[in-house]
Design a protein around this ligand. Sequence first.
Ligand code: ADP
Ligand code: TRP
Length: 326
Amino acid sequence: MRILTGIQPSGTLHLGNYFGAMLPAIQLQEQGEAFYFIANYHSMTSLTDPALRRQYTFDVALDFLACGLDPARCIFWKQSDTPEHTELAWLLSTVTPMGLLERCHSYKDKMARLADGDAGAVNHGLFAYPVLMAADILLYDSNVVPVGRDQKQHLEVTRDIAIKFNLLYGETFVVPEPRIRDEVAVVPGLDGQKMSKSYNNTIPIFGDEKSIRKRIMGIVMDSRGMAEPKPDAEKNIAVQLLRLVAPLETAVEVEERLRAGGFGYGDLKKALFEHYWNFFEASRARRAELAAHPDHVENILREGADKARAVARKTLARAKRACGLD
Ligand code: ADP
Ligand code: TRP
């Protein structure tokens, strides 16, 4: 089984990224051949600061390795070191109906956020992004793609493109399956919306203790007093986050205490912070160690790129042959 996923270096990684994409990927590296890359080409659709892109790219490498990505078990690299992605994207774009892309949320949401629907403010990269993503996936004959639910539509586009290409030019690509874990399909952010870099509602995986404590203690709750029973405790954002970072018994106990009344939101948020902080303790130490050895990290990415490129070249050659470009 080939497993592949990508993560964009477009901001500081957070609990949504961790539970939705990184942890499933880390667990899957035991079960097959894993290909994991830092999607720096993708980040160009939203981020235009070169220094920041370099910084975020290195941070994603540190974060992923610190959280348990094992370069001995998976191939880990930077997307721009395998430029075959962009060439395959062109081939694929010629079999992609415009309507398929026009229906994509990534593009539609951005259009909707622009009050005047100014199409000039949306770049072609963002519109064509699902095609590049299809190239990322198809280039490695991936069977399984672990992602959060927000990427499901992009996987469907990838499948459609692969099927269409195979029909037109003969069996060339493996049609991949998404792997979305239901229990963490959408990690809520501090404001109750999906946790996302774009909404300033995240809890970073790594960061300064004081500022993260402040973010967590600042989660806005309803006005019910401590004594009041809260029969809807399962809807509480802090409870939902606690379930991810605390042992199950602890989360269940806290939820029951809230239901019964006599347990305040302040204590709930304190518990969330403590469990969150402990949950990443070992990873934090590993990250500091890696950060002190940047050459080691660069080497891992370079070796990963060499291995990935060998596979990418073969698939691209196969695709070019299929459509008469050789
Ligand atoms: P963001 O929304 O913060 O920009 P990305 O779109 O870069 O995050 O997502 C990177 C990966 O993390 C994707 O696989 C995505 O599905 C997953 N992911 C992001 N936010 C969440 C979330 N709140 N819950 C679950 N998975 C998420
Ligand atoms: N689009 C994904 C995101 O924003 C990142 C990504 C790029 C990706 N290429 C991919 C994920 C290929 C899985 C497979 O999260």
